[in-house]
Design a protein around this ligand. Structure first.
Ligand SMILES: Cc1ncc(COP(=O)(O)O)c(C=O)c1O
Length: 402
């Protein structure tokens, strides 16, 4: 079923479509990953940091008020928002910094959309004493000011990207350009399950800690597998990490939620699995949002982390093979998910995660009472407070007073 994953392909998706100058670096990365991924010292270092630095395992929490309100399956939150730096992105950056260190790279570069991957990269670069440069679309530096400041405080240089839509896709382009120029001493920490092989597999493997923990915690808390797992899909790393151990397993529905932005019919969205066509973006073949003549179409989402015109190749494969299902949720609906989660469960979720929360109602009702649904709460909403407050018309002013 997954036979071509090892060769850098997931069915017809994936591959390595990059300039010649990067082939050697990708081969070096692949060799290094093969050499270290089962090396006891590497595994021990990663596990110790996951425990002591990141705070793993993150809890699995029963969202009891949402469960009651929706009248369907028990709703459980996998609390990646409680991981150090506030999102699942730290799982991948930690794994990759260990590889970069072993490959003798002194300089780290990354791209970031919502800023969570940038913060996670700046964090691990600080931890390992590496120089760090993060490319970020200018539009995102405005939307996610808090994370820009966090990265700079951690010692990273943040480079605003002023090309294209000034968002994530453009930041990736700039990071690739930097990498081509400085490939000898630089490792590029890609933030999701995208890019040329072997990145999609490496990032998936480092994020699979989420799914492995769900599996063990589900057994402990309700004595078996969840009936469904729901996760938001930007480029797809938190979803693939949560899904991976369950792919092909009888009785577990895997549901990815893309950004429908202003609505699929508006054309302003980030739903590349729903509306994209086969194409190549950032070195891999996958579903890509395109104009009729094959140009990359700009994506839109209220959440910077879902604002990307493609999805990782493995998701395209899971969709094509019917091994996972994909839905989409609009900006307005995501804000409803954000409000519900905040007011009923006392958790401000990331706007990305709020997409999964909103869609969870539908899945919970379909499953029915007594069944168990896990929602991956990929990150916390601190970074989104300004965007959400503006969209919901909530200001700091208070009325009355005594
Ligand atoms: C909190 C959070 N969730 C989800 C995403 C989307 O990324 P992915 O689809 O790779 O999990 C991001 C990206 O920035 C994020 O910050």
């Amino acid at each position: 079923m997954r036979q071509r994953a090892e060769s850098g392909y997931f069915g017809p998706f994936g591959g390595r479509y990059v300039p010649e100058t990067l082939i050697h670096a990708l081969e070096e990365l692949e060799e290094s990953y093969e050499r270290y991924r089962n090396d006891p010292e590497f595994v021990e270092e990663l596990d110790a940091l996951a425990r002591d630095f990141v705070g793993r395992p993150t809890p699995l929490m029963l969202a009891s008020r949402l469960t009651r309100r929706w009248g369907g399956a028990n709703v459980w939150f996998k609390r990646e928002d409680l991981a150090h730096t506030g999102a699942h992105k730290i799982n991948n950056t930690l794994g990759q910094i260990l590889l970069a260190d072993r490959m003798g790279k002194r300089r780290i570069i990354a791209e970031t959309g919502a800023g969570q991957h940038g913060v996670a990269t700046a964090t691990v670069a600080a931890l390992y004493g590496k120089e760090c440069v993060v490319y970020m679309g200018e539009e995102d530096t405005r939307r996610q000011r808090l994370n820009v400041v966090r990265m700079r405080l951690l010692g990273a240089e943040v480079v605003p990207v002023r090309t294209g839509s000034r968002t994530l896709k453009d930041a990736v382009n700039e990071a690739i350009r930097d990498w081509v120029t400085n490939v000898e001493d630089t490792h590029y920490i890609i933030g999701s399950v995208v890019g040329p092989a072997p990145y999609p597999r490496i990032v998936r493997d480092f994020q699979t800690v989420i799914g492995r923990e769900i599996e063990a915690q589900a057994r402990e808390r309700f004595g078996g597998d969840p009936d469904a797992i729901v996760a938001c899909v930007g480029a797809g790393s938190n979803a693939i990490g949560a899904f991976h151990p369950f792919v092909g397993r009888e009785g577990v529905r895997l549901v990815g939620v893309e950004a429908a932005g202003r609505g699929l019919e508006s054309g302003e969205h980030g739903a590349s699995l729903a509306e994209g066509r086969l194409g190549v973006l950032h070195g891999a073949k996958s579903y890509v949002l395109q104009t009729p003549d094959g140009q990359i179409r700009e994506a839109h989402s209220i959440s910077a982390g879902l604002d990307y015109p493609a999805t990782g190749p493995e998701h395209a494969y899971l969709k094509e093979e019917g091994l996972a299902e994909y839905a989409s949720v609009t900006d307005e609906e995501a804000l409803e998910g954000f409000t519900l989660c905040s007011k009923l469960e006392g958790i401000l979720p990331a706007l990305e995660s709020a997409h999964a929360v909103y869609h969870a109602e539908k899945v919970a009702r379909e499953l029915g009472p007594g069944r168990n649904l896990v929602v991956c709460l990929s990150g916390r909403g601190d970074k989104d407070v300004e965007v959400a407050a503006e969209a919901l018309g909530v200001g700091p002013e208070v009325s009355g007073g005594r």
